[in-house]
Design a protein. Structure first.
Length: 555
C-alpha cells in the first residue's frame, strides 16, 4: 500500500505536459484517465471527426447537411484542457479512489466551435436563388373589354439574412437546426393602388361635349376618343399631351364658326354678291381649361371661351367679275362613283363655287367648304381612315379638292398645304400623284394668291358625264406654267389579300371591302415662267402598298 501511495504521490507532484490525466475522467464518452493530454486528444480525435447533421430552414425551403459544411469543427484540445484542469485539482486521495473505482466517474462534453465566415458563405449560397427584388403590379388597357385593368399583381422583395443566422449558429455550435431570418419590403407600385388608378381611368371614359360661347355649335368626343387622351400609369393618370392638343383641335374644328368672306354666287350665268359674315372662334386660352375638365370624371361637358373674327373680304371689296379672265382650269372624272359619292361631289363643288381669294390672301378649301357634316349637306361614302377604306361621312369631297389642286397648281399659285391620299386612287388616274386629300378637321388644301389681284373660283359639275371642272379667274397673267408627268422613283407590290370573318355573312359567302394597290414613290414638277424669271418646284408623293380585304362568312 505504501508503494501505491508513493507512486500516486509521485504522479501528484509531476507538472508537465506528459502528466497523465486522473483515472475516472472521460471526454465525449472516451475514457482518458491515465492518458497524457496529447494521448487524450488523439483518442477522441476519431469521435470528433463525425460532424453532426444540421437542419437549415429558410422560408419554405429546408436543407439537411453536415455541420462541418457550416464551419463547425470539434475543439478536442479545449475539451481535454477542461478535463486536464479538473485532473490537476484532484488530491492524492481522490486519484487513489479513482484508480480503485471508488471515485465518481466524470465525463466532459466535446467542445465545438463554428467559423462565422464559413457559415455565412454557406448559408448565402443556399439562399442565393431565394432572394428576390420586389415585383411591381402592372396595369394596361384591354382592347377586348375597352377598360383599364390590373394585369399583374405585386410581390414583396425578400432578402434572407445569412449573416445573422451565421452569428446565431456560431454562438450555439451545439444546435442541430438553423433558421435563416428573412427581410421583406413592399413593391413600389401595388395592385391595390393600380386598381384605384384603373378605376379612375375607366371613369374618365365618357362622352365629352363642348360648346362655343356665343354660338349654338357643339362638338362631342366619344368615350374611346377621350380614352386616347391619357394613360393609366403606375404613378397615376398621365395626360397624353399631343393627343390632348389633337382632340382640342378636333373639337374646335366642330364648334368654331369661322368668318365667311364675301363671295359670288351663280344664279344661272349671272353672278350675284353674297355678303360677308363675322365669325366666332375658340380662344387659345380655352385649351388649359379643356385639359383640366376632360380629366375630371365629374364633368362631361364644357363651354369654350370665344372671340369674334372679322371677315377678310367684304362685299364692297369684291372685284368686278366682268374684268376677270380665265387663268387655268382643273379637270377630273369620277366614273363608277356611287350615288352617295356623287352627292358629296356635287355638294362640295357648289360650296366653293363663287369663292373669292383677295390679292395676297390664302385660299383654304375647308374654310370655303364650311365643314364636312350632315348639317352641311354631306352624306356617308367610302373614305380612307385608320389604314382602311371604310364608310364615312363625306366620301367624294377629295374629288373636288383634287380638282381644285389641279386648277391652282396649274395656275402657278404657291402651295401652302397639300396632303396626299394613303394609296393610289383610281378616280384620279391617269394623272398619278396629281391629287390632294382633305379631312375635316386636320388636313386642308391651301394656296396663296400672288397674282396681284383677286381670284374667283368657279366650278362646273357634269354628273351625267362624271366630269368636274374647277376654273380659276383673275386679272390676266403674263406667266406660263408647265406641269410634268409623274416621275416614278420606285414601285412596291401590294401585299396578299386579307380575309376577315364577318358573322353577319352567310357561311361560304364573301364580300370585298378594300382593294389592292401597289405602292409608289414619285414626284411631279412644274416650271413657272413670269416677269420674275423661271423657277421650278417639286411635289412629292409616297403611296403605301395597299392590301385587298375580304369579309367572309363563318365556316
Amino acid at each position: 500500500m505504501v508503494a501505491l501511495l508513493g507512486g500516486a504521490l509521485a504522479m501528484g507532484v509531476a507538472a508537465s505536459s506528459d502528466e497523465k490525466l486522473a483515472p475516472g475522467l472521460s471526454v465525449a464518452g472516451v475514457d482518458v484517465g491515465g492518458l497524457t493530454p496529447q494521448q487524450a486528444i488523439a483518442a477522441i480525435g476519431e469521435r470528433a471527426a463525425a460532424a453532426p447533421q444540421v437542419t437549415v430552414t429558410a422560408g419554405q425551403q429546408t436543407w439537411t447537411l453536415g455541420a462541418d459544411q457550416l464551419g463547425w469543427h470539434a475543439d478536442a484540445a479545449t475539451s481535454v484542457a477542461a478535463a486536464e484542469k479538473v485532473s490537476a485539482a484532484r488530491t492524492l486521495v481522490e486519484r487513489v479512489k479513482g484508480m480503485v473505482g471508488q471515485e465518481q466517474p466524470q465525463n466532459f462534453p466535446l467542445i465545438a466551435a463554428v467559423d462565422p465566415a464559413v457559415a455565412k458563405a454557406a448559408l448565402s449560397s443556399l439562399t442565393a436563388n431565394l432572394n428576390t427584388q420586389p415585383k411591381n403590379a402592372a396595369v394596361a388597357f384591354n382592347k377586348t373589354t375597352l377598360k383599364y385593368a390590373v394585369t399583374a399583381k405585386d410581390a414583396p422583395g425578400r432578402q434572407y439574412d445569412a449573416a445573422t443566422a451565421a452569428r446565431t449558429y456560431a454562438a450555439t455550435p451545439t444546435a442541430t437546426s438553423v433558421q435563416i431570418p428573412v427581410k421583406e419590403w413592399k413593391a413600389q407600385y401595388t395592385a391595390e393602388a393600380l386598381q384605384n388608378y384603373a378605376d379612375q381611368g375607366n371613369a374618365l371614359m365618357r362622352p365629352f361635349g363642348a360648346t362655343l360661347a356665343g354660338t349654338t355649335r357643339k362638338g362631342v368626343l366619344t368615350p374611346l376618343q377621350v380614352a386616347n387622351l391619357y394613360w393609366v400609369r403606375p404613378q397615376g393618370i398621365v395626360a397624353d399631351e399631343p393627343a390632348m392638343k389633337r382632340a382640342f383641335k378636333l373639337l374646335t374644328g366642330f364648334i368654331d364658326q369661322p368668318a365667311q368672306d364675301a363671295r359670288f354666287a351663280f344664279k344661272g350665268d349671272k353672278l350675284v354678291k353674297v355678303p360677308e359674315q363675322a365669325g366666332r372662334v375658340t380662344q387659345n386660352a380655352a385649351y388649359t381649361a379643356f385639359r383640366a375638365t376632360v380629366l375630371d370624371p365629374s364633368t362631361s361637358s364644357m363651354m369654350f371661351v370665344s372671340k369674334p373674327v372679322a371677315p377678310a373680304l367684304t362685299a364692297a371689296q369684291l372685284p368686278d367679275a366682268s374684268k376677270l379672265s380665265l387663268i387655268h382650269t382643273g379637270v377630273s372624272t369620277y366614273y363608277h362613283s356611287s350615288r352617295e359619292r356623287r352627292t358629296n361631289v356635287a355638294n362640295a363643288a357648289a360650296k366653293i363655287n363663287g369663292a373669292v381669294v383677295p390679292a395676297g390672301g390664302t385660299f383654304s378649301f375647308l374654310a370655303n367648304l364650311g365643314g364636312i357634316t350632315e348639317g352641311n349637306g354631306f352624306v356617308g361614302g367610302l373614305i380612307i381612315a385608320d389604314g382602311r377604306t371604310v364608310d364615312g361621312l363625306g366620301g367624294g369631297v377629295c374629288q373636288v379638292s383634287t380638282t381644285v389642286f389641279r386648277a391652282m397648281y396649274g395656275a402657278g399659285l404657291p402651295v401652302k398645304e397639300r396632303n396626299q391620299h394613303s394609296y393610289r386612287v383610281g378616280y384620279y388616274e391617269p394623272q398619278v400623284g396629281f391629287e390632294a386629300a382633305v379631312y375635316d378637321p386636320g388636313l386642308d388644301l391651301k394656296f396663296g394668291n400672288d397674282t396681284g389681284g383677286p381670284l374667283l373660283i368657279k366650278t362646273i359639275n357634269n354628273d351625267a358625264a362624271s366630269r368636274l371642272e374647277v376654273q380659276v379667274w383673275g386679272i390676266k397673267q403674263a406667266r406660263t406654267v408647265t406641269v410634268s408627268p409623274a416621275v416614278i422613283l420606285s414601285r412596291t407590290a401590294h401585299p396578299a389579300p386579307k380575309y376577315v370573318v364577318n358573322p353577319s355573312l352567310r357561311p361560304g359567302t364573301s364580300k370585298q371591302v378594300d382593294w389592292a394597290a401597289d405602292g409608289y414613290n414619285l414626284y411631279i414638277t412644274r416650271t413657272i415662267k413670269d416677269a420674275s424669271g423661271v423657277r421650278t418646284d417639286k411635289t412629292s408623293t409616297v403611296y403605301k402598298p395597299w392590301q385587298a380585304v375580304y369579309e367572309v362568312g363563318p365556316s
